[in-house]
Design a protein around this ligand. Structure first.
Ligand SMILES: NC(=O)c1ccc[n+]([C@@H]2O[C@H](COP(=O)([O-])OP(=O)(O)OC[C@H]3O[C@@H](n4cnc5c(N)ncnc54)[C@H](O)[C@@H]3O)[C@@H](O)[C@H]2O)c1
Length: 442
């Protein structure tokens, strides 16, 4: 198949409004981090868009610019923040409460800016996250009213902050598990379900739909159904609005999508993979409810099967026991500890084990992904790439793909795809890694 011609990319002129749904640990760490980087008080470590280079042309050409110098991304200086949350805390209070960043070093230094970011009342219903009890919500309103009010919020934000473009990113709590059903199939059925206050239409879907109706790209950092509902996917494609999801790939699943491809690359067998976590932040508290954990579990469990393809490798992967648990344990706050016990086997079936103990910081890992996503979603929109942005799979545990297409989970294939998409967008040759030319020219 021939490569399609590169798109025309509109310049990143003016301000980029970033609306975060949720102003909790991830969103406040993202905002504080960007504000510190802007002032030269920190480095955007973990952000591919800010730190990584990209090789162009042949290896002998030695062309490897920074990605941010190569593609026309919005500048961090041009980002303007807005948010919704169930609690009225401004970004200063949210960041202090989340306990991720050092107050003296990283919060006080930008306290004035953080205090100015006050969340709008949330479109929220307790039945979708019963462990959350906040009062800063659009109260007593129907789903139709919520949808309209989110649209009004977007437009008011646009006018008040004088932003030229807007991107929305879901950094709110994980909602309960909802299967795609009749309400989610077409825009007509979704509209009817909204009017009927159908409980299979969650707040996340209302935010996503409102974003699309306002021409705003939507990225989903949590595992719940939102912009991946068929009706919204189709709407986004038809109207040329970028969408992507879902569930930031940060700690344990990041490890899994590095280790599992290694096992497969070496044709080592797998008998079992037991993953458990302790986590003490508000996310952990919400996920302590079984209906909410189920959403996360689905997202975490799918990965191994897609990578290992047991049907193609039954001797190695036909009988794998895979278990994932998350335990709410307040003393650890945002500093999650994730353990993996992996039972593998090699030559002549001899068993071996791998143990991973990842003492990570959840929001420190997630914030750079959220930054890259808003910048790349804005780029995709300016490049006229509507619908699913599969090239951003690199950032997600459950990458959204076209219907019928299995997701690619291998982190390094995802990275190659992302970089090739950037090369293609900028009219550079995509890199296949075939490399015959180095030997034919000798
Ligand atoms: N940190 C990570 O490594 C990571 C990785 C993957 C996914 N996630 C997901 O990202 C999301 C955010 O994580 P976090 O640690 O910041 O959680 P958090 O609990 O600190 O923040 C979420 C915020 O969303 C708010 N909220 C809930 N429902 C809302 C609604 N309908 N509208 C507006 N606000 C709402 C909550 O009040 C809360 O302040 C969670 O869903 C989490 O599962 C996080």
């Amino acid at each position: 198949m021939t490569t399609p011609p590169p798109p025309t990319i509109a310049p990143a002129e003016g301000k980029l409004g970033v609306l975060t749904v949720g102003l909790g640990a991830v969103a406040s760490t993202l905002i504080a981090g960007v504000e510190l980087v802007k002032r030269g008080q920190g480095k955007p470590i973990g952000s591919l868009s800010q730190m990584a280079t990209i090789r162009l042309g042949k290896r002998t050409e030695h062309r490897s610019p920074l990605i941010r110098d190569f593609v026309p991304l919005a500048k961090l200086e041009d980002i303007v923040w807005g948010a919704w949350d169930v609690f009225p805390d401004d970004a200063y209070v949210a960041a202090s409460r989340a306990g991720v960043l050092d107050a003296g070093k990283h919060i006080e230094a930008i306290s004035d800016t953080l205090r100015e970011i006050r969340p709008m009342p949330a479109a929220f219903e307790r039945k979708y996250a019963r462990n959350l009890d906040g009062e800063h919500v659009m109260s007593g309103v129907s789903k139709r009213d919520m949808l309209n009010r989110i649209r009004e919020d977007i437009n008011r934000f646009r006018e008040e902050k004088q932003v030229d473009r807007v991107v929305m990113i879901w950094c709110a709590s994980t909602e309960i598990y909802i299967e795609p059903g009749p309400a989610h199939q077409t825009i007509e059925s979704l509209e009817a379900a909204i009017d009927a206050d159908d409980e299979t239409v969650s707040p996340a879907m209302l935010y996503a739909y409102a974003a699309l109706l306002e021409g705003v790209p939507f990225a989903n950092g949590a595992p719940n159904l939102a912009v991946d509902a068929p009706a919204l996917r189709q709407y986004a494609t038809e109207h040329g609005i970028a969408i992507s999801g879902k569930d930031f790939k940060t700690g344990q699943t990041l490890m899994k999508t590095v280790l599992a491809p290694m096992l497969k690359a070496r044709q080592l067998g797998l008998r079992g993979w037991y993953s458990t976590n302790i986590l003490g932040n508000r996310d952990g508290e919400v996920l302590d409810a079984p209906e909410n954990f189920k959403t996360k579990e689905e997202s975490k469990l799918g990965v191994l099967e897609d990578i290992l393809e047991p049907a193609k490798n039954p001797d190695l992967y036909g009988d794998v026991f895979h278990k994932v648990t998350i335990n709410y344990y307040p003393p650890r706050g945002d500093n999650k500890e994730g353990w993996d016990n992996i039972d593998i086997f090699g030559w002549l079936n001899y068993p071996m084990q791998i143990k991973v103990d990842f003492l990570c910081r959840d929001s420190i890992l997630a914030a750079p992904l959220a930054l890259d996503l808003v910048l790349f979603m804005d780029l995709a929109q300016r490049a006229g790439l509507g619908g699913i942005q599969e090239w951003l799979s690199y950032y997600y545990k459950s990458p959204q793909t076209a219907p019928g297409l299995y997701p690619e989970h291998d982190l390094f294939i995802q990275l190659t795809k992302l970089k090739n998409t950037l090369r293609w967008m900028m009219g550079e040759e995509v890199i296949t890694h075939l490399g015959r030319e180095y030997y034919e020219e000798l």
